[in-house]
Design a protein around this ligand. Structure first.
Ligand code: HEM
Ligand SMILES: [Ca+2]
Ligand SMILES: [Ca+2]
Length: 296
């Protein structure tokens, strides 16, 4: 089992070192905080929080970076490399890449104004990764509410965790290709918001596919509860976002989060800890990678 003090004698400078590097990355580009948070989610949802997403493809190995949900989308790997080298300087061979990702995600949320929590540590790194597991495990933006709930439940996360964690979309950006269908074909969307997003996301696929729009209309670089306000005004950017407020079982929790940012923050922090507990490698399983991009 993971615990907060796992490295307190083997690497007392760990938390400080990670935070310093995350701060400098976010001060260069605010969006990086969002990208690091998402990397942790995409790691944990595929064979647990084991650093699998960080492995590069090679001529005889296919990992997760080119799976559908990650390709041309997951970013921040260079920042993880930077943190890893800084950590290797202060305590070589001790700290896993999977734990670095967990700490970097928490620091990102805190730096952008969100809640703090104590990160449980002691994960080890996978020696392998699976493109098909990434394709099957990471929820698609086209998912409906039942699909989202069952995917989260399969990993031991509740419907409440689903709604709280989706609040991660209070920061960061999405590409036109992930929200085109929603802004042109769905009816549960505010029409002036749809027009606004259509202006930089042409109907025909192929053109403008990579144009970006903020997941949170109002405060895309600030970790607050505004994402949920968007939902009650039918201004969710992607289909799966608006599914959380579409006349179903999660409407009331979305409303609670719009009224009480403190409840959202507490539930988000608790859900991040639960997500971080998904099937870690511990003890003598896995390894402590020297380089996050390849097995030792
Ligand atoms: C509930 C199911 C979820 C779906 C279907 C989903 C889907 C997506 C999609 C389609 C994007 C845009 C990717 C792109 O266009 O390149 C995105 C971005 C993002 N997601 Fe999610 N997501 C989900 C849950 C989460 C969770 C649980 C978190 C974290 C707690 C999260 C954090 C983020 C962040 C921060 C971004 C922006 C990243 C950046 O700007 O680099 N998402 N998500
Ligand atoms: Ca993983
Ligand atoms: Ca926000």
């Amino acid at each position: 089992t993971l615990y907060t003090n796992f490295y307190s004698s083997s690497c007392p400078k760990l938390l400080h070192t990670v935070k310093y590097t995350v701060e400098s990355a976010i001060s260069k580009e605010t969006r990086m905080g969002a990208s690091l948070l998402r990397l942790f989610f995409h790691d944990c949802f595929v064979n647990g929080c084991d650093g699998s997403i960080l492995l590069d493809d090679t001529s005889n190995f296919t990992g997760e970076k080119n799976a559908g949900p990650n390709k041309n989308s997951a970013r921040g790997f260079e920042v993880i490399d930077k943190i890893k080298s800084a950590v290797e300087q202060v305590c070589p061979g001790v700290v896993s890449c999977a734990d670095i990702l967990a700490i970097a995600a928490r620091d990102s949320v805190v730096i952008l104004g969100g809640p703090a929590w104590d990160v449980k540590l002691g994960r080890r790194d996978a020696r392998t990764a699976s493109q098909s597991a990434a394709n099957n495990g990471i929820p698609r933006p086209t998912s409906n509410l039942n699909q989202l709930i069952s995917r989260f439940n399969a990993l031991g996360l509740s419907t409440k965790d689903l709604v709280a964690l989706s609040g991660g979309h209070t920061i960061g950006q999405a590409r036109c290709t992930t929200f085109r269908d929603h802004i042109y074909n769905d009816t549960n969307i505010d029409s002036s918001f749809a027009r606004l997003r259509q202006s930089r996301c042409p109907r025909t696929s192929g053109s403008g596919d990579n144009n970006l729009a903020p997941l949170d209309l109002a405060t895309p670089t600030y970790f607050d509860n505004h994402y949920f306000n968007n939902l009650i005004h039918k201004k969710g950017l992607i289909h799966s976002d608006q599914q959380l407020y579409n006349g179903g079982s999660t409407d009331s929790l979305v409303r609670t989060y719009t009224i009480s940012p403190a409840t959202f923050f507490a539930d988000f922090a608790a859900a991040m800890i639960k997500m971080g507990d998904i099937t870690p490698l511990t003890g003598s399983r896995g390894e402590i990678r020297k380089n996050c991009r390849r097995p030792n």
